[in-house]
Design a protein around this ligand. Structure first.
Ligand code: GDP
Ligand code: MN
Length: 398
């Protein structure tokens, strides 16, 4: 889960990382009221989960009420790389002497945490990495050892930070590391981390990605999520306890087991189709789970065919077949369903499906033939207008 800047800053503040006083605002009036409380000059900042807001006109200094009105009015509703601004963060402006970069992330290859610090902050770090890789100081941190303050200070020194910034930067790094580890983040990034003329080191931006697999340890994350930009399909799937990842294609996929689900995505691609999602209904794929899975996929306006690929081991195929029929009774499924069932009780399952007089469910014997069939159906249905509710309302066709 990615946090907005204002959420990331609130998160940093809990770990003692210095940030500016600020407030969120959803309207021009709220922005003005926030600025009056925060004190001028302020920075008016677009809250979207994408970098480069400054360049796109989403970060503006405002010296008085009139300027806040002007900038808030312009930034609200602004489209920044496809993200429409609905919320602002108004914070007290900081005098900047230098802009730095600091982050922690996981280096999976090294199986260690990775700290990165640079004296070239305020700009895109990928650009720095390309143009001047030596300008980024890197250090692996063993999770068993943690990050000592002396090491943090040495890293800041190696990165070429101003001598006046070293102590402040060391404190920020130690706290940022705690925030990253104890807070169960996958990434914490401050760009820019600034040195002020009076020698303070201060976070002016915040990028935080939380590790969703740690959510069970953090009931407080629920409220963060509410403010986040989540895919509507993913939110619906999560509510139903499904392991679902939305993709851009037209073939909806349901499989049991992450391995089989991934293989199914691959095979659909191989035969020239485009998967609409990854969905692993897991080991307990009973009728209810199957019905929920079909409902989530059915809510995706782009889906033109659904491929159900189940290998019955612990899961019994007859249960899966019943689930599909339950789903068909519960909601109107707009797309044809191609079914490949194999393993435990597969024969019984095929009888259950065949017993239902409907040409909406098509059985195929193998994974490959099923994928081909689903891709053909999706392609054919993409070319025709008005052949099902999914084609109606928004007409979003690839
Ligand atoms: P991003 O472009 O999405 O990364 O947004 P940032 O929050 O990093 O802001 C972009 C730039 O705006 C920063 O690199 C700063 O140069 C500038 N900026 C942000 N906050 C302040 C502030 O309080 N005072 C001043 N003078 N500049 C700021
Ligand atoms: Mn930034």
């Amino acid at each position: 889960m990615d946090l907005f800047e204002y959420q990331g800053k609130q998160y940093f503040a809990r770990y003692g990382i210095p940030i500016s006083a600020g407030e969120v605002a959803d309207t021009v009036e709220e922005a003005v009221a926030a600025a009056e409380r925060v004190g001028y000059p302020v920075v008016v900042k677009a809250q979207v989960q994408v970098g480069g807001r400054g360049k796109a006109g989403g970060v503006k200094l405002a010296a008085d009420r009139g300027e806040v009105e002007l900038h808030a009015g312009n930034i609200l509703g602004l489209d920044i790389k496809g993200h429409v601004v609905r919320r602002l963060w108004i914070e007290h402006a900081t005098d900047i002497e230098q802009e730095y970069y600091a982050s922690f992330t996981l280096d999976r290859a090294a199986k260690l945490h990775l700290a990165m610090v640079s004296a070239r902050g305020g700009i895109d770090i990928e650009q720095v990495a390309e143009e001047d890789p030596g300008a980024i100081a890197r250090r692996h941190v063993n999770p068993l050892d943690g990050l000592a303050r002396d090491d943090a200070r040495a890293l800041a020194e190696e990165a070429g930070l101003d001598p006046r910034a070293l102590d402040g930067a060391a404190d920020v790094l130690v706290n940022l590391y705690r925030c990253y580890v104890e807070g169960d983040a996958d990434l914490v990034e401050i760009n820019p981390l600034v040195l002020t003329p009076d020698g303070r080191v201060h976070a002016l931006d915040a990028k935080v990605t939380l590790d969703d697999d740690a959510a069970f340890r953090h009931p407080e994350w629920a409220e963060l999520d509410a403010g986040g930009e989540t895919d509507a399909r993913e939110a619906m799937a999560k509510q139903r306890g499904l392991n679902y990842i939305g993709l851009d294609g037209t073939v909806g996929i349901i499989a049991n087991g992450a391995g089989l689900a991934m293989s199914t995505v691959d095979v659909v691609n191989q035969v020239g189709g485009s998967p609409a999602n990854f969905l692993d209904i897991g080991g307990g794929a009973n009728a209810d789970v199957m019905a929920s899975a079909l409902e989530v996929i059915n809510s995706d306006q782009k889906v033109r065919a659904i491929l159900v690929n189940i290998f019955g081991g612990i899961v019994r195929c007859d249960e899966v077949a019943r689930g599909i029929l339950t789903a068909l009774d519960r909601v109107e499924i707009s797309s044809p369903i191609v079914l490949r069932l194999d393993g435990t009780n597969a024969g019984e399952a095929r009888e259950i499906i065949a017993g239902r007089a409907s040409d909406q469910v098509i059985s195929e014997a193998t994974m490959l033939s099923a994928a081909r069939r689903a891709v053909e159906l999706a392609a054919a249905r993409e070319g025709h207008a008005g052949d099902g509710p999914a084609n109606g309302a928004n007409g979003a066709r690839a």
